[in-house]
Design a binder for this molecule. Structure first.
Ligand code: CS2
Length: 497
């Protein structure tokens, strides 16, 4: 616990910071809002906001951020008394660097006042609306990318379009207002780990607009840019321990610091008709086509992450670094990347895949991060398609084997049973958890029943994969091993096949 006597981090106390803590080196009061960000969680604050902070410091004062929470008010409530300031703790085996970030100049809580958020997005000074609302926040079908027109939030947004709940609902209503006012649209910048994220969000937003008003759908299709992005930085959820450690170094309380690894990468398609900050000068890569970067990252980093999360959790490892410290886990992940994923990738211009993969293993091993396997295991139904199933489709099309990719999918199935290998309940967090648990528990711990029942979930596996006998056989075989021997033994004995 942090001491209740300690002063809070905010604009007044900033001057009390010890000299070794980096802080905004610009006139915070002069910064004007140019970006509205939906989903002001830890990832945004450790990633995009840091790039923007760099541009504010360089004198591009029109690009400060108004951050909105679409669900829980907790982050906004923590940062409001801090004038939007928070600490970023960058951690590695070599130690920790702290930096106070000033880019977030205004905070909004959408469910408390949806109108305030729409008005902020409709302000012509805002030229970018960026998003990190997690995969499930787009209300799309994970297998096809199409808007789920039966999603409860989408139904609610169609019934009360002026007081939306969903991210697509806010985008559509704010864009409608801008069109009505004769203002030019903002650029929509998706920063979530979705495949072709700009294109996917464009499809969802256009469809929702069309359902409201066909001409609005056409206007959005013609006028609004949705550049795709690849975002990368490992940002574990903040813990009480992190809060206490940061407060001890600041000599001030920060109710919601964020922790991250040193590595950071942002590859952005350069389509910003309404203008943008010079992100390239803050380290972002502005490119014509993000697709090869995105496939590389989603399949190598996130695919390995999800595989490590399910197998690692089942094997009793609390964090990614604990799991990867077992040489058999590191060997499995290296094999997954080299043998099964790399052949499905196009190498991005100038990238060195060998170096990239070696650096991923080092990043996973970062002992200072404490990135919980349970955290990464969340929302598997939304993550598997782009992380593992895309590579599986490419491998099957090439007639190539998939033992390690199938083991990742089987580990997710074993996890969805909802009890760990010691018989203790698993806190399964997934928007589809009720249905998945029902299906899995009815099938029971039997690979011949469990695998086919879960493969029938079309939102995850699509029409094609469920019917592919090679896929079904590989998953069932891996699942048999997991149920009979447990995850640790399966990994230590070597991947099946
Ligand atoms: C992780 C990602 O939680 C997860 O599912 O795989 O958040 C991962 O840490 C980031 O994508 C890294 O850029």
């Amino acid at each position: 616990m942090t001491g209740s006597q300690t002063m809070r981090l905010n604009l007044h106390s900033l001057s009390h910071l010890p000299a070794d803590i980096a802080r905004p080196a610009y006139d915070i009061g002069a910064a004007r809002i140019g970006v509205v960000h939906l989903g002001i969680g830890a990832f945004h604050r450790a990633h995009q906001a840091v790039y923007i902070d760099g541009r504010l410091a360089a004198g591009e004062s029109d690009w400060a951020i108004c951050g909105a929470s679409l669900r829980s008010p907790d982050t906004s409530d923590a940062l409001e008394p801090q004038d939007g300031l928070y600490t970023l703790a960058i951690r590695s085996g070599q130690g920790e660097r702290l930096r106070v970030v000033g880019a977030v100049r205004r905070l909004l809580v959408a469910p408390r006042d949806p109108e305030a958020l729409i008005a902020a997005m409709a302000d012509p000074a805002v030229r970018i609306v960026s998003l990190t609302v997690t995969e499930k926040g787009y209300c799309h079908d994970p297998a096809t990318g199409a808007l789920r027109e039966d999603h409860p939030d989408i139904l609610a947004d169609l019934a009360s379009p002026q007081a939306p709940r969903s991210a697509p609902g806010f985008l559509v209503e704010a864009l409608r207002r801008r069109r009505e006012a004769g203002a030019s649209p903002f650029t929509v910048l998706c920063c979530d780990n979705l495949p072709a994220n700009g294109r996917t969000v464009a499809g969802v937003v256009r469809r929702l607009a069309e359902l409201r008003e066909p001409s609005l759908g056409r206007w959005i299709a013609d006028e609004v840019a949705f550049p795709s992005t690849m975002v990368d930085r490992i940002v574990p959820a903040t813990t009480e321990e992190d809060r206490a450690a940061v407060a001890a170094r600041l000599g001030l309380d920060d109710a919601w610091p964020v922790t991250a690894e040193p590595f950071t990468q942002w590859v952005v398609e350069d389509r910003f008709p309404a203008g943008r900050p010079r992100l390239e000068e803050a380290g972002a890569e502005m490119v014509a086509d993000v697709a090869p970067y995105e496939l590389m990252k989603l399949r190598l980093l996130n695919g390995s992450h999800s595989t490590l999360a399910y197998l690692g959790y089942l094997a009793g490892y609390d964090t990614v670094s604990d799991a990867i410290a077992n040489p058999a886990f590191a060997h499995l992940i290296r094999g997954l990347m080299d043998e099964e994923v790399t052949p499905t990738l196009a190498v991005p211009p100038g990238a060195d895949l060998e170096r990239y993969k070696a650096s991923l293993l080092e990043r996973f091993a970062n002992p200072a991060l404490k990135h919980r396997t349970w955290q990464i295991a969340m929302d598997g139904s939304q993550k598997l398609p782009q992380r593992l199933l895309g590579a599986i489709r490419d491998r099957l099309a090439a007639g190539a084997p998939i033992p390690r990719l199938a083991l990742g999918v089987a580990a997710w199935m074993r996890y969805v049973l909802g009890v760990d290998e010691q018989g203790k309940p698993i806190d399964l967090r997934d928007p589809m958890s009720a249905r998945l648990l029902d299906l899995a528990q009815a099938a029971g711990p039997n690979a011949e029943r469990l695998a086919p029942v879960l493969l029938e979930v079309r939102e995850i596996f699509g029409e094609d994969l469920a019917r592919d006998p090679r896929f079904a056989a590989a998953v069932a075989e891996a699942l048999r091993g997991l149920l009979a021997k447990g995850a640790r033994r399966v990994v230590e004995e070597g991947a099946p096949g």
